[in-house]
Design a protein around this ligand. Structure first.
Ligand SMILES: [Zn+2]
Ligand SMILES: [Zn+2]
Length: 380
């Protein structure tokens, strides 16, 4: 814990360059918050006045007001400087710890809480969530550079709304700094300011959990413009991919034709009076992933992009049912059996492969170069 605090101080103390100043994160962005409880233990000031104990901030028309151990407002904005921990909670809201500057105002009858947090603390928070399965420091560092590059590239996501990023998965999930893992924080510190660049510009650093042996070229998965560093790479020696150390590397899912019919109707792939009679792969991507599926009904054959199938099933039956588009289809009398490997879209860095490479002694720079060929590490 002491080490964690020391690292936090190192991160917060450094001079912030223009590109790496604090990031403004909208908190509880998916909730309709009209009042929020705050607890502080001393190192917090509200509009310049020390605040210790419990208080509540609520919407008062166009303004906000604080009541409790400290009273403030009603006024347009209440500014809270938290050099130490500030705990937020409320009905239906998870209790979370934040530091940095919080600016609270009212917008459309709800609280708008914006947390200005040092970029590297934010990255450590994101990496804690993204890399929770991993263990090796070099894998964490690769993840930190990928996450930092992604974040810097998306700082204008909420331009015009008064903040950089929201705290939901729309941008990157951020749940405060209360449970930042020491490994994630060390990785953020060790790679401070580093970005993955392609021709001098931040790269599109997509990543996924398990590639299953080979990553996929982005254009086989999404209809975006081709990027030379988002191409299919073999994930290690044949038969022994780096990510084969992952739990549930292989998966099998049985889908009854009745269930497939229901899901296909809901997804709009077939009409309400059609029945799904069979499913086969009609086109494969470079990595061996399914690219187009052919769904047969009593009347016709429907082509469904495999990515759409993966998302369609995931949204309706859960993301554990079809974990990737790397599968073969076995057909039974009244069911199909998907025999698959991997987890996620397969584009960019394979997180479990990064862990596997780190266990074999590779450094994070080598890991990133492997998954994003032609890129280099630099500063913005
Ligand atoms: Zn967002
Ligand atoms: Zn892999």
């Amino acid at each position: 814990m002491k080490r964690l605090l020391t690292l936090l101080l190192v991160l917060t103390a450094g001079p912030a360059s223009a590109a790496f100043g604090p990031v403004d994160i909208r908190l509880y962005s998916l909730h309709r918050v009209t009042s929020i409880s705050m607890e502080a233990d001393g190192a917090v000031t509200v509009d310049g006045r020390p605040f210790k104990g419990n208080a509540k901030v609520s919407v008062k028309g166009q303004n906000v007001a604080m009541d409790g151990a400290l009273k403030a407002g009603p006024e347009k904005t209440i500014k809270i400087s938290a050099a130490g921990p500030l705990w937020l909670s409320g009905p239906g809201l998870p209790r979370r710890r934040y530091t940095g500057v919080l600016t609270v105002s009212a917008a459309k009858g709800r609280l708008k809480i914006i947390n200005s947090v040092p970029l590297e603390v934010y990255i450590a928070g994101v990496v804690t969530g993204e890399a929770s399965d991993l263990s090796r420091p070099e894998a964490y560092k690769a993840q930190a550079v990928a996450a930092r590059t992604y974040i810097v590239k998306h700082l204008r996501n909420h331009a015009g709304e008064g903040y950089h990023l929201c705290d939901s998965t729309h941008c990157q999930l951020y749940t405060g700094d209360g449970h930042i893992s020491p490994k994630a924080l060390s990785a953020a510190v060790a790679t401070k300011g580093e970005l993955l660049l392609y021709k001098g510009k931040p790269a599109a650093t997509f990543y996924h959990s398990i590639c299953g042996g080979r990553t996929e070229t982005m254009t086989s998965v999404w209809p975006y413009d081709h990027k030379t560093y988002l191409v299919s790479v073999k994930d290690g020696p044949p038969g022994h991919p780096y990510c084969s150390i992952a739990p549930r590397f292989h998966w099998k899912t049985k889908i009854y034709l009745k269930g497939l019919t229901r899901l296909s109707r809901q997804a709009g792939w077939i009409l309400p009076d059609e029945q799904a009679l069979s499913l086969r792969i009609s086109r494969w991507g470079v990595s061996g992933r399914a690219e187009i599926l052919e769904l047969r009904t009593q009347r016709r054959a429907v082509q469904v992009p495999a990515t759409e199938f993966y998302h369609g099933i995931g949204r309706r039956a859960g993301w554990q049912a079809v974990r990737s588009t790397l599968f073969r289809i076995l057909t039974g009398r009244d069911y199909i059996l998907l025999d698959g490997a991997g987890n996620g879209h397969g584009v960019g860095m394979c997180q479990w492969g990064a862990e596997g490479m780190a266990r074999k002694g590779y450094k994070y720079r080598e890991i990133l170069k492997h998954y994003y060929p032609g890129t280099e590490i630099g500063h913005d």
